[in-house]
Design a protein around this ligand. Structure first.
Ligand code: HEM
Length: 423
C-alpha cells in the first residue's frame, strides 16, 4: 500500500488508494482491514484523485455520524474544489436535482424527511407484506426450472424496482430505464456520464410529478405532492425527494438480496445450516448486511467544525469525510472473528443502515423484501448453484453502493471448485 507521509504535522499519513481501485471494487475488505489494523482514521487519496478522511473504526464511525453539526451533509459546506469536481461549479450550493434530506442538514433535513417518514412506519411497511409476496411469487413463476437465470436481472432487480414503484404509486413500465439511470449515477463510469444521467432523470421525475397531478394515484408520490402544496417543501425539493427515492429505494435492496445468495453459495456450511433451520433467515440477512453490506460508505460529509475522534482532530475546513460502513462492520473491537460469515453470530450493532439523523428510512422495507424473497427463492430452488465460478464474478462499486454485476445461477448441482475465499 502506498503511503505518503509528512503531509500535515499531527495528522495521520495519507494513503494513496489510486493503485487499489480494482481491489476496492472486487473485494475492498482486506484493504480496509489492513488500514484499520494501523488505525481507525486515515487520510486518503481516492482512486478519482479526491482527498478524504476515511473513518474506518466502528466507535469512530458511530461517533462521527452522531455529530451532524460538525459533519455536514450539505454540499454548500464542501470546498469549492469538491463542488467544482462533483457539481461542475465551484459556487454550486446543491446537486442539480435539488436539495433532499440526504444532502441537507437540520432543520431542512428533518422538514424534508417528515413527509416521507409516515410511509415507512412499521405498520405501513408490514401492510406491504402481501404485495411483496405477490411480486415474489410472480417472479419465481417466470424463472426457468431447467436452465440458468440471473438472480439480479431476473429476480432481485424487478422485485426491488416493482416495490419502489408500487410505494410511490407510479407505473413500473419504465423500471428498466429507471434502473439504467440509477446504475449510471450509482456506479459512475465518468463524471460526465453521471451529469448526463442526472439530466435525463430530472425531466423524467418532473414528468412523473406532472402526470400524478393530472391523474392522481394513491401512494407516496401523492403524499409528497400534497406536502409540497401545503408548503412543506418547494417544487425543487419535491423533485429531489422523488429522485432520491427512485435511486435509494432499489440498488441497495438488489445488492442485499444478491449478496445474501452469494454469501450462502460461497459458504456451503452456512447454506446447510439455513436449510436445517429455515428460521435463521433473519440472521442470514443481518450477517449479509454486516459481511457484504450494500452500502460501503455513507453519503459524503463535509467538516464544518473541528471534530475530535479519539486522538485525531479533523479540522473544520470543509474537507471531505467518508464513513466506511463496510470497515466499521468488520471492526474486531465490535465483532468477534469479523472476517467470518457466521449466520449464528449474536446480533451486534450494525452500521449498514447508517447512524444518527440520516439513519436509513427504508431499512424495514429492505428487510421485508429480503426476508420474503430469500426463503421463497431457496424453497423454489433448494439446489440453487452458481452457474459460473463465484470468485470470477464481477462486482460494481460506486461512492456509496457496491453490488455484484450479475449472479448467474442454475437450479442444479454445484460445480466443483466454486468456492471463493472467506474474505
Ligand atoms: C439493504 C438496503 C439498504 C441499505 C443497506 C441502506 C443504507 C442506507 C444508509 C447507510 C443510509 C445513510 C446514509 C448517510 O448517512 O449518508 C441510508 C439513508 C437513506 N435510505 Fe437507505 N438503505 C437501504 C434501503 C433503502 C430503501 C429500500 C429505501 C427507500 C425506499 C431507502 C431510503 C433511504 C433514504 C431516503 C435515506 C436518507 C435518509 C436521510 O438522509 O434522512 N433505503 N440508507
Amino acid at each position: 500500500m502506498t503511503e505518503l507521509t509528512g503531509t500535515n504535522p499531527g495528522q495521520p499519513p495519507t494513503v494513496d488508494l489510486g493503485p487499489h481501485a480494482d481491489a476496492l471494487t472486487q473485494n475492498p475488505h482486506p484493504l480496509y482491514a489492513q488500514l484499520l489494523e494501523k488505525g481507525p482514521i486515515h487520510r486518503a487519496i481516492q482512486p478519482d484523485g479526491t482527498e478524504t478522511w476515511l473513518i474506518l473504526g466502528h466507535p469512530e464511525a458511530k461517533e462521527a455520524l452522531a455529530h451532524p453539526s460538525a459533519l455536514s451533509s450539505d454540499p454548500a459546506n464542501a470546498t469549492p474544489q469538491w463542488r467544482a469536481r462533483y457539481l461542475g461549479d465551484p459556487d454550486a450550493q446543491e446537486l442539480p436535482q435539488g436539495k433532499s434530506m440526504i444532502n441537507s442538514d437540520s432543520p431542512d433535513q428533518l422538514r424534508l424527511r417528515k413527509p416521507v417518514t409516515r410511509t415507512f412506519t412499521p405498520r405501513r411497511i408490514d401492510a406491504l407484506r402481501a404485495t411483496v409476496e405477490e411480486h415474489v411469487a410472480q417472479l419465481l413463476e417466470g424463472l426457468p426450472r431447467d436452465e440458468a437465470f440471473d438472480v439480479i436481472d431476473d429476480f432481485a432487480a424487478p422485485l426491488a424496482l416493482g416495490m419502489i414503484c408500487t410505494i410511490l404509486g407510479i407505473p413500473d413500465l419504465d423500471r428498466d430505464r429507471i434502473r439504467g439511470w440509477a446504475d449510471r449515477i450509482g456506479f459512475p463510469t465518468s463524471a460526465e456520464d453521471v451529469t448526463a444521467a442526472r439530466h435525463e432523470l430530472i425531466p423524467y421525475t418532473d414528468q412523473l410529478i406532472a402526470d400524478q397531478r393530472n391523474h392522481p394515484v394513491e401512494g407516496l408520490l401523492a403524499t409528497l405532492i400534497q406536502a409540497a402544496d401545503d408548503g412543506q417543501m418547494t417544487p425543487t425539493e419535491l423533485r429531489a425527494t422523488v429522485f432520491l427515492l427512485l435511486n435509494a429505494g432499489h440498488e441497495t435492496v438488489i445488492s442485499l438480496l444478491a449478496s445474501a445468495v452469494f454469501c450462502l453459495l460461497s459458504h456451503p456450511d452456512q447454506f446447510a445450516a439455513l436449510r436445517d433451520s429455515p428460521t435463521l433467515v433473519d440472521q442470514v440477512i443481518d450477517e449479509t448486511l454486516r459481511f457484504q453490506p450494500s452500502v460501503i460508505s455513507t453519503a459524503p460529509r463535509f467538516v464544518r467544525e473541528d471534530l475530535t475522534l479519539g486522538s485525531t482532530t479533523i479540522p473544520g475546513d470543509g474537507g471531505l469525510v467518508t464513513v466506511v460502513v463496510a470497515s466499521a462492520n468488520r471492526d474486531p473491537r465490535q465483532f468477534t472473528n469479523p472476517h467470518t460469515f457466521d449466520i449464528t453470530r449474536q446480533p451486534g450493532e450494525l452500521m449498514s443502515f447508517g447512524h444518527g439523523a440520516h439513519f436509513c428510512l427504508g431499512w424495514l422495507l429492505a428487510r421485508l423484501e429480503a426476508g420474503i424473497a430469500l426463503p421463497a427463492l431457496l424453497k423454489t430452488f433448494p439446489n440453487l448453484a452458481p452457474a459460473s465460478e463465484l470468485s470470477a464474478l464481477k462486482w460494481r462499486s460506486g461512492p456509496i453502493v457496491r453490488c455484484l454485476a450479475h449472479l448467474p445461477c442454475t437450479p442444479g448441482a454445484r460445480p466443483s471448485g466454486a468456492s471463493p475465499s472467506n474474505r
